[in-house]
Design a binder for this molecule. Structure first.
Ligand code: ADP
Ligand code: GN1
Ligand code: MG
Length: 365
């Protein structure tokens, strides 16, 4: 399949072991252009990505974060006696000039990883075993990074999960209405207005110093967790937004995808529901790893994390729809508004289950 890019030439700028044989578009990410490069049976395969430099303005800074994070995780896993390390931690491939990124003549940035063979990803979780493995993997990821040495990580997208900034952007776009779509999305706008104050709770706790900034992943949707063929967690990928954050961001964004009975962009809203067993299994795995690390306030407010993160994603999809689809990759004209509606429906499901979620969290804490 041709991508319009000279992938063979770009691949050859990196220190790969094998020869370029074949390329194919890969995965369902919304941000970068991702390709699998095959090199035959003797050598390993690779993931080559054209990075979205409209969204990430400082690619060298971003790649520097990823290099530090993966090196630290690798070292700790090796110390803990883990084997098969290239499937449990991303391996950054450097260029012939010894950089972690390559800038081509069109001004596009590229990076390359070893391809993790035999992995599976799921857009919708199929059973509680997968959910439990996901919880363990995200909890462990956070605990592995708790002692990352060196300076603070670069903030690759400033104010990424800052609900106040997201709302400010939303209101600005709403006023401007650049592609005359506001009239069609009145119900979705009302949904946002009704909840915008209560959604600031976690941000305020952070400002008051009641919950600490930790190193978080910030994009923990379930398809960023690679599982093996027996559905055991292998590796957390998509490290572009690893930076300081509150644990609620990671817990909430995972539950948004783990406990949703439908896909993120489901059109038939009657299929969008919360699966409480999935919530329970993920939470059990997550808290096993972190219950001795998190403080009491962090635990007390975990229950509000799923609705916050699902609200933020719905708000961002809605904002992008009103803006004329400038941020996310879309696969149909109304894709962003369908995504926003499905997210808002899921927020309502979480709101109804607050008490049940609370009792599950206290059971595993
Ligand atoms: P995006 O930010 O666009 O979501 P990701 O970094 O998540 O990009 O990559 C997109 C997809 O590529 C992932 O969902 C996964 O299926 C696949 N992928 C990424 N890195 C690897 C890897 N090292 N090995 C195997 N598959 C990978
Ligand atoms: C994007 O990169 P990807 O597809 O895993 C987005 C996340 C959203 C997600 C919604 C850098 O994640 O914040 O939660 O889409 N990443 C960025 O599916 O904006
Ligand atoms: Mg991804």
């Amino acid at each position: 399949m041709s991508s319009g890019n000279d992938l063979e030439n770009i691949f050859n700028r990196f220190n790969a072991e094998g020869p370029y044989l074949a390329e194919a578009a890969f995965g369902t990410g919304h941000i970068h252009d991702t390709y699998k490069i095959e090199t035959g049976t003797v050598y390993r395969d690779y993931i080559l990505q054209k990075l979205n430099n409209k969204i990430f303005s400082d690619i060298p800074g971003l790649q520097d974060n990823i290099f530090r994070v993966t090196a630290h995780i690798r070292e700790k896993l090796l110390k803990a006696g883990e084997r098969d390390i290239n499937r449990k931690c991303l391996t950054v491939i450097r260029t012939r000039e010894d950089k972690t990124w390559f800038l081509d003549n069109n001004g596009d940035y590229w990076r390359m990883y070893l391809f993790i063979p035999g992995h599976r990803t799921y857009d919708v979780v199929q059973n509680t075993g997968q959910a439990y493995e996901g919880g363990k993997a995200i909890g462990r990821f956070q605990s592995l990074l708790s002692d990352l040495p060196g300076p603070r990580l670069n903030e690759t997208i400033p104010f990424f999960h800052d609900i106040e900034k997201r709302l400010e952007t939303f209101h600005r776009v709403l006023k401007k209405d650049p592609v005359s779509r506001v009239e069609d999305v009145k119900d979705e706008i009302s949904f946002v207005l009704a909840r915008q104050e209560e959604m600031k709770t976690i941000l305020k706790l952070g400002r008051q110093g009641k919950i600490p900034l930790r190193i978080t992943h910030n994009d923990t949707k379930f398809n960023n967790i690679l599982l093996d063929k027996n559905d055991k967690a292998l590796c957390i990928i998509d490290l572009d937004t690893v930076m300081p954050g509150y644990v609620h961001y990671d817990f909430g964004d995972s539950i948004r995808t783990v406990a949703n009975t439908a896909t993120e962009d489901e059109k038939d809203l009657s299929r969008v529901n919360m699966n409480i067993e999935m919530f329970e299994s993920f939470t059990r795995g997550y808290l096993q790893q972190l219950k001795n690390v998190l403080n009491k306030t962090e635990i007390d407010y975990l229950v509000y994390a799923p609705s916050l993160m699902t609200f933020i994603m719905g708000l961002r999809f809605l904002t992008d729809y009103i803006s004329g689809d400038v941020y996310y990759k879309i696969h149909k004209p109304d894709h962003n508004i369908l995504r926003a509606r499905a997210q808002f429906r899921l927020v309502e499901c979480f709101e109804k289950q607050l008490d049940v979620m609370k009792s599950i969290i206290s059971r595993y804490y």
